[in-house]
Structure formats: C-alpha cells, structure tokens
Design a protein around this ligand. Structure first.
Ligand code: ADP
Ligand code: MG
Length: 249
C-alpha cells in the first residue's frame, strides 16, 4: 500500500506519518457502526478489531444482515465508523476528508460492489475505462487497450460494446471486477464477487483472485460459499455485527 498521495493536503498529522514495518496495511480498532433512521438506531457493527497485512487473502463470511457489506464500506472509507479507528498504511482513514478519501481510494483500492453499480449508459469497455479516466492514466488509446485486457481477463473480450442491460447478471458482475482492476490497485475489496456467477465462472473468478493475490495484491472478499472461503489465508466470521471467529482454513 502506498502512503497517502501527493494530491492530498495534509490535515491530520497522523495522515502523513510514515509506515512502520510492523504496521498492518489496514487496522480496525474498536469499530462500531450505528445507522440512525428517524428515531430508530441500529448497530450494524460492534467492537470490530481487525488487522490486515499486505499480501493477505481474506474471506469475510456470515449470514445475511451480519454486517459484511458495512464492514467493507468502512474498510474502503465509503462509510465512516461511529466509534473506533481505521488506519491504512499508518494513516487515519477515518480522519480524511472526502477529497483525501477519493484520492486514496483512486490510487489504492479496487472495489467490486455487491450490486455492481455500473453506469447504465456506458458500454462495458467504457465502464472499465472510467476509473482510468478519473486517474488520468495514460492516453485514451492506452486506456482502451488496458480496458480490453481487463475484460479479457474476466472472459468478456467479446462483449466490449454491450451496455449493462444487454449483459446477464453474471456478465455485469465480471465487468464490475474488470473495472475494479482497471488501475491495478494494490488492494482489492470485493463484495460477493461470485454471487451471480454459475459454479464454473465462480471457480474461474476465485482462480483470478488467488492469482492476483499470488502476484502481490491484498484481497478482501465476502462470500456465501464455504468452499470459496476455504481458498483464503484467513476467514473472518461475522454474526450480528461482531466478529465471532478468525480462523486459518
Ligand atoms: P450483509 O452484507 O452481511 O448482508 P449489511 O452490512 O448490508 O449486511 O447490513 C447489516 C445490517 O445493517 C442490516 O440489518 C442492514 O439492514 C443494516 N444497514 C445497512 N446499511 C444501512 C443503512 N444505510 N441504514 C440503515 N441500516 C442499514
Ligand atoms: Mg452484503
């Protein structure tokens, strides 16, 4: 993981402190997340302590509603914790402003959302090029070539010009994965990345995650599939918003 980027103006002093060798890539300490709707409060996460080292392949499992997506949103800075701290490469993620978060995310994290979140008016290849456009990565021709390669990696080289609605759920999911890989992030966070794939494509996707991890990418993925969870280095089990076990498969 790279340190906070040059785009950021340092605000909190910890946000720019150098990373000590024993600092985990990502650390959550005493994290709570409480959602308040009107007068009703709901604790989606409580007392989460988790340290992720660079190079790990971690599976998050747990029943529906146990807080898996909420945890991923905290890890990627999409949501802020109600209590506790989130550190990335020694910097306080929970202290960054939106601009700093966006810059950090753009350089460091690829995100596969549970419900894809593809832009409906853009073709598959345009969706994959979008993060490269934001990052101003290379020339347009280079972005196109790269996007082609990422879509080929997920087996969609023949669907480049399709709009999301012209693709099956599984294909949309694969476009979302290609998009997450667009800028070759050091850290990939994926919410049920195989949830809409048939078993053959799910296996293929898992192979891809394992392969990316073997080449140095840190990967955190949510899965409902016990077999896919076993492919990780560590399985984090959530129940009712708390971590019940962390085990090595
Ligand atoms: P999972 O991904 O494990 O299925 P989630 O993290 O999506 O679970 O949700 C955990 C709990 O938090 C659920 O009960 C859900 O209804 C609640 N929750 C999630 N997001 C919100 C929100 N924005 N507002 C209110 N409640 C929410
Ligand atoms: Mg979820």
């Amino acid at each position: 993981m790279r340190a906070p980027t040059r785009h950021e103006t340092p605000v909190a002093d910890e946000a720019t402190s150098p990373t000590a060798d024993d600092t985990p890539l990502l650390g959550l300490t005493g994290v709570d997340k409480v959602f308040t709707t009107g007068r009703v409060s709901y604790t989606a996460l409580h007392g989460i302590d988790l340290a992720i080292d660079a190079g790990e392949l971690i599976a998050v499992v747990g029943p529906s509603g146990s807080g898996k997506s909420t945890l991923l949103n905290i890890v990627t800075g999409i949501d802020r914790p109600s209590a506790g701290t989130v550190t990335v490469a020694g910097a306080r993620l929970d202290h960054m402003n939106e601009e700093q978060l966006a810059a950090w995310r753009g350089e460091n994290v690829g995100i596969v959302f549970q419900f894809f979140q593809l832009l409906p008016t853009l073709t598959a290849i345009e969706n994959v090029m979008l993060p490269m456009d934001f990052a101003k990565l290379g020339s347009v021709a280079e972005r196109e070539e790269r996007a082609r390669a990422k879509l080929a990696l997920v087996g969609l080289e023949d669907k480049l010009e399709h709009l999301p609605l012209e693709l099956s759920g599984g294909e949309q999911q694969r476009v979302a994965i290609a998009r997450a890989l667009a800028c070759d992030p050091p850290f990939l966070v994926a919410d049920e990345p195989t949830g809409n794939l048939d078993s053959e494509n799910a296996d293929r996707m898992m192979e891809l995650l394992v392969d990316l991890n073997a080449r140095g990418m840190t990967v955190l993925y949510v899965t409902h599939d016990g077999v896919l969870a076993e492919r990780s280095h560590r399985v984090v089990e959530l129940r009712d918003g708390t971590i019940t076990t962390i085990r090595v498969p």
